[in-house]
Design a protein around this ligand. Structure first.
Ligand SMILES: [Zn+2]
Length: 320
């Protein structure tokens, strides 16, 4: 039998990344999409279009794995709720399988990323690991005793919506909470703090970008921080410390061996991770804090796509 290939799709709060993945985890025919509308039908159409575009280049795929930014009931493949996309109560697995004519498997995007990192990446050889993906929001996954922990209905492990500031700002998207970690330490938070910093330091490179009419995003703040702009570096340090306060609770509750930080915002690297580690060293309970490693995702922002592909391979193995 020739080597099998599947499609892995990683959907975030702002964009989608997909590709054909072979059994050696090499990715071909990447596609990217951003969500262009707000309604459910249009969102589902974009998923289908992305898969169709990939299949046009690679018709020999056997299954599709999706990681979506939603609370997904693992057994049924139903998307129950999403902070950022109109995917509440959607029979996602069945609808996609019917529309694509292929076997489909769906999981939460961060669970998919965790799967890739736990099997082959930064949490390899660990039985107790936490993945925190910093993007539009904060996704997360828990590997406890070697198994991905999903909660009673598959809706758990949402560290991004752990409250870290009782009187903090309203959370993002449709989350009814306030002071959640996601509103204080996501990629979007980097952009928001960056805008504030640009206004306060108009003569900095960051300030001049704002004056030129550029949108101050997390990506721009990160790029300028790497090139040495002080206000941009201070933003990442502040966000890194906010992330650290969330990780203190993660360390105290789960006693993980490793915390893997992924998502697009990990492009900030040590500028974000070093302050987060400092806070954990200051505030988490000894000795759990002393053994935990806080590291970037081995697969960068492609962990989710690769994990979605692994789910698809697993589903094929289960039926063959
Ligand atoms: Zn929230």
């Amino acid at each position: 039998m020739p080597p099998r290939r599947v499609i892995g799709i990683d959907a975030g709060g702002t964009k989608l990344l997909g590709g054909v993945v072979d059994e050696g985890l090499v990715v071909h025919h990447r596609v990217r999409r951003t969500w262009r509308g707000s309604d459910r039908a249009e969102t589902l159409d974009i998923f289908v279009e992305a898969v169709d575009e990939i299949r046009a280049a690679a018709p020999d795929v056997h299954a599709v794995g999706f990681g979506i930014p939603a609370l997904v009931e693992w057994e049924t493949g139903v998307s129950r709720w999403s902070t950022h996309l109109p995917l509440a109560d959607v029979r996602f697995r069945d609808v996609m399988s019917e529309r694509l004519g292929l076997p489909v498997v769906v999981d939460n995007d961060a669970n998919a990323a965790l799967l890739a990192e736990a099997r082959l990446g930064a949490a390899r050889d660990s039985s107790h690991a936490v993945l925190v993906a910093l993007g539009t929001g904060i996704g997360s996954g828990l590997l406890l005793d070697g198994r991905i922990y999903r909660g009673s209905r598959g809706l758990g492990a949402e560290i991004g919506h752990m409250v870290v500031d009782l009187h903090g700002p309203d959370c993002q998207g449709d989350c009814p909470g306030r002071g959640c970690l996601e509103v204080l330490a996501s990629g979007s938070a980097i952009g928001r703090e960056g805008l504030e910093a640009a206004r306060l330091a108009p003569s900095s490179v960051l300030g001049r970008r704002l004056a030129e009419g550029r949108e101050i995003t997390g990506a721009i703040v990160t790029e300028l921080a790497h090139s040495g702009d002080e206000p941009a570096r201070a933003v990442l340090s502040s966000i890194g410390r906010s992330l650290g306060y969330g990780l203190v609770s993660v360390v105290n509750v789960f006693n993980p061996e490793v915390i893997v930080i992924g998502g697009g915002a990990i492009a900030a690297g040590e500028l974000l991770l070093a302050p987060a580690r400092s806070v954990v060293e200051e505030r988490a309970l000894p000795p759990a804090r002393d053994g935990v490693r806080i590291v970037p995702a081995h697969f960068g922002d492609e962990s989710g796509m690769l994990g979605a592909a692994l789910l698809a391979f697993d589903s094929l193995a289960a039926v063959s």
